[in-house]
Ligand binder design. Structure first.
Ligand code: HEM
Length: 176
């Protein structure tokens, strides 16, 4: 068992955890859309709590192990650089786009009781929440393809375009 194989193990464990977080978020967003009372909203928001530790921990594990493997064996090829930038982008937008909106939903729901108010419904139906989640799924699937196929620059561009296509298909098929 070398440092390299240990890093690959940590890397794959991190990517499983990262993807589980995305699935958890999917479940939470689906429930939020269906909620009819503020109490349901507050209860559903608990689904997102584990993400506060899951996402940064798995993100750090993926990046640190990935950087080591790149340094040790692959060099900084296009598929690695694009994946690294994408993961950093995902980490930044997860907090600023989704985290901020969920916090606003939580604040509004804790002031309301009973039937969901018009203001809260508007926050729950914010398309940015759902579109950004669809884009994240597309990007993570494309990164997994980059990791496995390790393509050249053209292949990287095609897989990233594929990510947007996946996001569009998800958006079209999961819209209410
Ligand atoms: C969400 C983001 C990521 C996921 C889900 C992911 C997932 C994976 C998976 C499943 C493998 C194994 C592929 C195989 O053995 O055929 C792998 C390999 C690899 N990953 Fe990532 N990865 C991600 C991000 C990154 C980043 C940001 C870097 C660089 C900083 C990176 C660097 C590498 C390298 C160098 C390998 C090659 C290991 C080998 O085949 O020996 N990964 N990744």
């Amino acid at each position: 068992m070398s440092l390299y194989t240990t890093s690959l193990f940590v890397h794959i464990l991190g990517s499983f955890t990262f993807f589980s977080g995305i699935i958890l978020e999917w479940g939470g967003l689906t429930q939020l859309k269906k909620a009819t009372r503020s109490e349901n909203v507050l209860l559903t928001l608990r689904w997102f709590r584990p993400l506060r530790t899951m996402q940064p921990t798995s993100g750090a594990a993926i990046i640190l192990s990935g950087l080591y493997m790149s340094y040790a064996k692959w060099g900084f090829q296009a598929w690695i650089v694009v994946s690294l930038l994408t993961v950093l982008g995902l980490a930044a937008t997860g907090r600023s786009v989704t985290g901020r909106r969920l916090a606003r939903i939580g604040q509004t729901a804790s002031k309301d009781t009973g039937e969901i108010s018009e203001g809260l419904r508007k926050l729950l139906n914010d398309p940015v929440l759902y579109v950004s989640h669809n884009i994240r799924i597309g990007l993570v699937l494309a990164i997994i393809a980059l990791m496995v196929f390790k393509p050249g620059p053209t292949g990287v561009a095609l897989w990233m375009a594929g990510a947007l296509l996946i996001a569009l298909i998800l958006r079209a098929t999961t819209r209410r």
